[in-house]
Write a new protein. Structure first.
Length: 112
């Protein structure tokens, strides 16, 4: 996994720290909501060594009492709007900056 595939890790750690929760306490709260989580998984998410799934993002937002978009960095929200545009949540599966994979056309056979 590339480190830029997990962009929420820093904010997960920030929200946890703001609430004074240990990693074990956050894991316990997530497990009570039905999210499969261990302290090792959480540590890997916070340090961006491991990816956060879409479902985990939903659980993080619920346990912290924030919108899912608040977990993503660098976006300022104004009443659910993003600088006049509808809020867009970028996930690993739908990254607008990623180029679609295309194959180069095959070169015609060389003439002898």
């Amino acid at each position: 996994m590339k480190r830029d595939e997990n962009v929420i890790g820093q904010n997960v750690a920030k929200f946890r720290y703001q609430r004074g929760w240990t990693q074990d306490e956050l894991v316990g709260k997530l497990q009570l909501l039905g999210c499969y989580m261990t302290r090792d998984i959480l540590a890997n998410i916070e340090t961006r060594r491991g990816p956060a799934t879409d479902r985990q993002i939903e659980y993080f937002a619920e346990v912290f009492g924030v919108r899912e978009g608040d977990l993503f960095p660098g976006k300022r929200h104004l009443n659910g709007k993003l600088a006049g545009l509808e809020m867009e949540i970028v996930t690993r599966r739908s990254c607008p900056n990623r180029r679609p994979r295309t194959r180069a056309p095959l070169a015609p056979p060389a003439k002898k």
